[in-house]
Structure formats: C-alpha cells, structure tokens
Ligand binder design. Structure first.
Ligand code: NDP
Length: 256
C-alpha cells in the first residue's frame, strides 16, 4: 500500500521513524517489521526465538535495525529494546506491543499454568512495554503506543474465556492509556484483527483443539495475511501528527 498522499503538508510516511516491534519472530510482528523497514523506518525488534530474529535481520536493509532476544513478560528485556532504540536511533516514535499467545481450554480444565503464561505475556507484556517507553515519550513530548488486541477483545468464545479476558484487558488498558496520555502528545492504537493466518494457532497447545478451531474457521472464512495487519500499522503510524486512530477492527470479509 502506498500511503503517500498528494497533500504536501500531509505526506504520510514512516520514513526515518524509530519503531519498536515485539513478537517479531513470526506472523504479524515479522510482517510489520519487514513492511516498516522497506519503507524507511528504523526498527528495533524482539521475541524469544533469537534464530528467527537473526533470519529476519538478514532480510532487512543494513544499519536500519537492531534486535534482541526478548521475553515481554520480563520488564528488563522490554526496557532493553527501548534503550536500544534510544542508543541507536536517538528516539522512540512508536512501540508496537504485538507479542501474544493463545493456549485454549475451558475453565473447568483448570489449566492454571497456561492462564498464568497468557496473563504474563498478553497483559504484563503490554504493561511492561507501556512502562518502559512512557518516560522516553514524556521526555520527547510525543510518541505512539500500539497493541495487537483481537476480536476476542469484544466477543467471548467458549473455550477461550481467559484469552478473551486478556484481550478485553488489553483494550481497557489501552483506553485508559489514551485518556491519561493524549494530553501529553502520546497516541494510542488498539488494533483488533479477526482471523489471520499465523503460527498463533500452534500456541493453542492441544493439537485436536487446534485442528478443530482452524478447520471450523477456515470452513467459513478466508483468513487475512499478516501483511494485511502490517499495512494498517504502517498507516496508523504514518498518520499526520494531529490525527490518531484509537481503535480498529480488521476482519476477513467473510467473517461474521
Ligand atoms: P504468531 O504466533 O505468529 O506470533 C506471536 C509472536 O509473539 C511470535 O513472534 C512469538 O515469538 C511472540 N511471543 C510469544 N510469547 C512471547 C513472549 N513471552 N515474549 C516475547 N515474544 C513472545 O501469532 P500472531 O502473529 O497471530 O500473533 C501476534 C498477535 O496477534 C498476538 O497478540 C495475537 O493474540 C494477536 N492476534 C492474532 C490473530 C490471529 O488470527 N492470528 C487474531 C487476533 C489477534 P517467540 O515465540 O519467538 O517469543
């Protein structure tokens, strides 16, 4: 997508912006890193699988990126990404909090370890990102914090109560952040995708359940590609200073 407008005052571009992306080793995060880097952004990215980050780095223009093995549930790891951006590029224009997992089970199964991992990754990961980057954005007087939410942040599905809970919580946190920080020049965006064809479905944990979910959804819907979401993220970050897209849902046309 070409997001360059014809209005000379409103040339929408991510060129030269310093952007941090979490969950960059696959899916939406990886596609977003590639798209933003191709269009001239400086990218700092992280996830736990360092080999995948290294492969991704091999596809990017040299000198315009930095990466580090990152577990978003660990505040120091996330702080390190923020520090990398400031050291290498002198600023943080945007932080895309995208890392997430979706182990599914019914509440009666009592999979407390899975729930704990989900809370730590999806909710604490977001909070760690906000907490690490806000001081920098306050100093700058501007910045943009984005989060990958989900349609599961609006709807409840049996067998996904805890995952939905984390995505509802992310939406609440992002709306709270908007209310607290818009006066400080900080933009917030909660992007809620419908089904996107990624490895997320492998994190369901139970192969039979994973097959069931994927085939039921594939039967009715054509899923989006990770780059479909990346296009929106680029658009949101490139928007003129006066404009912010706070919340958006992006579904496959066939999804109900
Ligand atoms: P993927 O599984 O392809 O990507 C998830 C990414 O998150 C991976 O890079 C993974 O890397 C990373 N990640 C997981 N746990 C951690 C952690 N503790 N610390 C750092 N990184 C972590 O799935 P998607 O691209 O689909 O998922 C991205 C986001 O999109 C998630 O928040 C998900 O909830 C959301 N989403 C996805 C939808 C879909 O249909 N695919 C629909 C709606 C929302 P690694 O394992 O290397 O750490």
């Amino acid at each position: 997508m070409d997001v360059t407008t014809t209005d000379s005052e409103d040339t929408m571009s991510v060129q030269g912006k310093a952007i941090i992306v979490t969950g960059a080793s696959s899916g939406i995060g990886m596609a977003t890193v590639q798209r933003l880097a191709e269009h001239g952004a400086r990218i700092v990215f992280g996830a736990r699988r360092e080999d995948k980050l290294e492969e991704l780095a091999g596809l990017l223009p040299s000198g315009r990126y930095a990466y580090a093995a990152t577990d978003v549930s660990n505040f120091d790891d996330v702080q390190h990404l923020v520090d990398l951006s400031v050291e290498r590029f002198g600023k943080v224009d945007a932080l895309f909090n995208n890392a997430g997992i979706m182990p599914l089970s019914t509440l009666s199964e009592g999979k407390r370890d899975d729930w704990q991992r989900m809370l730590q990754t999806n909710i604490m990961g977001l909070l760690n990102g906000i907490s690490a980057v806000l001081p920098v954005m306050h100093r700058q007087g501007y910045g943009h914090i984005l989060a990958t939410g989900s349609m599961a942040g609006y709807n409840l599905y049996p067998g996904a109560a805890v995952y939905c809970g984390t995505k509802f919580a992310e939406r609440a946190i992002m709306e709270g952040l908007r209310r607290e920080e818009h006066g400080n020049g900080i933009k917030t965006t909660y992007v809620a995708p419908g089904m996107v064809d990624t490895q997320l479905y492998e994190s369901i944990g139970d192969e039979a359940r994973s097959q069931e979910v994927v085939s039921a959804w594939h039967e009715h819907n054509h899923s989006l590609t990770p780059d479909d979401i990346a296009r929106f993220v680029e658009f949101a970050i490139a928007a003129p200073e006066r404009m912010v897209i706070n919340e958006v849902s992006i579904r496959p046309l066939a999804e109900d």
